[in-house]
Design a protein around this ligand. Structure first.
Ligand code: IMP
Length: 430
């Protein structure tokens, strides 16, 4: 079947953009199915670097159809900026871009609420460390329904303006009540209205049902790539709750959120960085010591593509990797940034947790903070792997690391990406 899902197996930032871009070159369409502009998917092509936040990374390829599915939340002005930037680089989306009317809309009150919550003092609830893009509050309104807007609401302008005024008034009152000593400014209604009407003009031509165009492609056996944002352990249902994002990031969500029956999906590509990073708060059993983390952060350029925040760095965590492969049902793995890990010297790989071994279940994800990792160690390898074109070309410790990882997860490694964010995949084995 022609559907391929690309999913992050960690806490995001595994390098999915690069993988989606590679697969999209041979595909007819790419679909973003969850999250919003909290994501940052980096693509490097012959024209330089492009970072996509809500546009699918396949947008960089001129003749590939791009879909924003109903499970996504859209901040209209940011999406317009992304479209403008892409078009300024000479790539047009005309005739090949579809935004589902069911995608929800992010408003300034969502962003303000997200940002104010970040300023909480201890004892005032849990600090998540969000990207501050309003994603959680927007999904909250989606579930709450009465104060939510969908992209399709832009079509009926008078009804949109009528509801906007009512929701604005309620949100402003709630904001001032909840954050009485805030120094943030709640924008005037006119400012909000003008911004959203301007964005509406630009986005209306792309608003279109996505179900049938997608189904037609799949029925014709044309390849469609489903691009997850974030990673497995940021999934609101499967991740390290409450330190998660507010959408479903796992492979099965592609089917649900893009309304594509599961039988159309035959490949689930799990993207796994050779080490782990995490931004924001939450448990991280294999977090590296400060000095090693600083080295990896510097050489791997581990700073958020959306917020610029330094990422926390840790060793590859086998039990989490096995659990991610289990719940996503990965058919193949892509390993990224192997070249960054090599020069660290003594390389650790967590094989088990002291108390629960390696076969985690839901409750073990609850208890990650208390787990003690048991490590296997490997010798390092050089940072320049550009001459490695097949598995046999890799230095022995790197080969052993990959062989063991494959045996350990039970999932074949189909691609190995090196060169950090800077180079194309140099070794592929499929
Ligand atoms: P939110 O999605 O902005 O609400 O953030 C919730 C958590 O998910 C925070 O820990 C963020 O740092 C993290 N997060 C959200 N999007 C990404 C991403 O694209 N990469 C890595 N972490 C992310």
């Amino acid at each position: 079947m022609p559907g391929i899902v690309v999913v992050g197996t960690q806490w995001g930032d595994e390098g999915k953009g690069k993988v989606v871009y590679k697969l999209a070159k041979r595909a007819h369409a790419v679909v973003r199915y969850n999250g919003g502009n909290n994501a940052g998917h980096t693509v490097i092509d012959e024209h330089g670097e492009k970072v996509f936040h809500v546009l699918p990374a396949g947008a960089a390829i001129p003749d590939v159809k791009c879909f924003i599915a109903g499970g996504v939340v859209v901040h209209p002005r940011s999406l317009v900026d992304e479209i403008d930037t892409l078009e300024a680089s000479g790539i047009s989306l005309d005739g090949r871009f579809f935004i589902s009317p069911n995608a929800h809309v992010v408003f300034p009150w969502h962003i303000l609420d997200d940002q104010e919550r970040q300023k909480k003092k201890s004892g005032q609830g849990i600090m998540i460390g969000t990207t501050g893009k309003g994603i959680g509050p927007c999904y909250k309104d989606k579930a709450g329904r009465d104060e939510a807007f969908r992209m399709g609401d832009f079509k009926e302008i008078s009804e949109f303006l009528r509801r906007l005024e009512g929701v604005y008034t309620a949100k402003r009152a709630e904001f001032l009540w909840r954050y009485p000593s805030t120094d943030a400014t709640f924008p005037d209604l006119e400012v909000v209205r003008d911004e959203y009407l301007r964005a509406r003009e630009r986005l209306l031509p792309y608003l279109s049902s996505t179900v049938r165009p997608l189904r037609d492609l799949l029925d014709q056996n044309k390849q469609v790539v489903f691009e997850a944002a974030q990673g497995t352990f940021l999934d609101v249902d499967s991740g390290t709750y409450p330190y998660v994002t507010s959408s479903n990031t796992v492979s099965s969500a592609a089917s649900l959120l893009a309304k594509v029956p599961p039988r159309f999906i035959s490949r689930i590509v799990g993207v796994m960085k050779a080490y782990i990073t995490r931004v924001g708060e939450g448990p991280f059993p294999t977090e590296m010591d400060g000095e090693t983390a600083a080295f990896v952060r510097a050489t791997g350029k581990e700073f958020g593509a959306t917020t610029g925040r330094p990422r926390r760095c840790g060793w590859l965590d086998g039990p989490l990797a096995r659990y991610a492969c289990l719940i996503n049902d990965c058919t193949e793995l892509v390993i990224t940034k192997l070249d960054i890990l090599g020069p660290v010297g003594r390389i650790k790989f967590c094989t088990d947790y002291l108390n629960v071994g390696r076969d985690l279940d839901e409750e073990d994800i609850w208890n990650l903070a208390g787990e003690t990792p048991i490590y296997q160690e490997y010798g390092g390898w050089p940072g320049d792997l550009s001459n490695c074109h097949s598995r046999d070309d890799f230095p022995k410790p790197a080969r052993r690391f990959l062989d063991n990882l494959e045996g350990y997860t039970g999932v074949p490694i189909h691609y190995i990406s090196t060169g950090g964010q800077d180079r194309e995949i140099v070794a592929s084995f499929d």
